[in-house]
Design a protein around this ligand. Sequence first.
Ligand code: PLP
Length: 400
Amino acid sequence: MSQTSAALGRIQPSATLAMSARVNALKAEGVDVIGLSAGEPDFDTPDFVKEAGIAAIRNNLTRYTDVDGTADLKDAVAFKFKRDNGLVYKRSQISVNSGGKHTLFNALVATVDTGDEVIIPAPYWVSYPDIVNFAGGTPVFIEAPASQGYKITAAQLEAAITPRTKWVILNSPSNPSGAAYSASELKELGEVLLRNPHVLVMTDDMYEHVWYAPTPFATIAQVCPDLYDRTLTVNGCSKAFSMTGWRIGFAGGPEWMIKAMGKLQSQSTSNPCSISQAAAVAALTGEQDFLVERNAAFQKRRDMVVSMLNDAPGLNCPVPEGAFYVYPDASGVIGKTTPKGQLIDSDETLIGYFLDEAKVAAVHGAAFGLSPAFRISYATSEEVLAKACTRIQEACAALK
Ligand code: PLP
């Protein structure tokens, strides 16, 4: 009999975190490796947010808070949803958790039963299928290849829905592809969902503020108000405010769901860190101007990385409209051979070759459910990115 649970046996360790650990081990050995596998902005938490955290400690906001968030932070989240998305949520419709991953985990584990299906467009963020599997549900994937701009169509969504569908998960801009749905594309998906009233809608808007598209960011409950009562709008502080270590995620949704998430949280983590909650109030309600500057920096890097990767023989890198990732299609290098005679038979072999020979760490597409491709995070300096892309170009050129 296994010592660990059946539920644990249904999940894999995160492939992105595993690659980051590999990079750190190589760096510790003195290898000049460039790590482009981590999904984390390289900017610092803004000073006014740090100061709010320091003030919280000084003011002794260091005790337990209400399980799913302080009243102050719930009000700040409500303010954010109204200001940015035109969505109105009461305190009782808001849950605050220890990071966006925790928000998604609570929502899925609190609602998914054995046999329930959860529709996940691929490529997907690595944790969605694992959390669904952990909960006992069945992930149902819809492939959104580069030729579709890494976005699903309404017809694909319609075909994937069954009587057992519990949720559909949308993530725009996407990790790993950076693809972003416009309001009209969301509306088309929404029309399918309106015809299927048994389906809950989870929208992971973590990268809302890392946005380059000419049209404004849109989220599904905003463009399809009739879906509001069954949509969980998930967001957080990690990416927009460079607060990955502070661990604050949140969601707005129907009261019954928010209550269920709170019940689970009351028997697991209890409240998110009280100090981080106070800092998050400042982040959400304070000046947002710094986002414009950071976006401009990300966009410049994106343009350089896309152009350099498209110059690498065999790679085809679509232009992402948000987030800080590119997801080049690697079909053109599969079947080639390395100078040492190794056949590149998968994207996993390809990123192994990049790591061993070019000393660049990326994450293979299979981890995100769509191959052959790989993900690069461009949340690092232009200088480092230029060096990494040159190494990738050379590595691709050396394939025969
Ligand atoms: N959702 C997506 C699409 C992400 O990429 C991430 C982090 O990488 C998260 C959620 C989770 O963010 P957090 O660090 O707040 O748990």
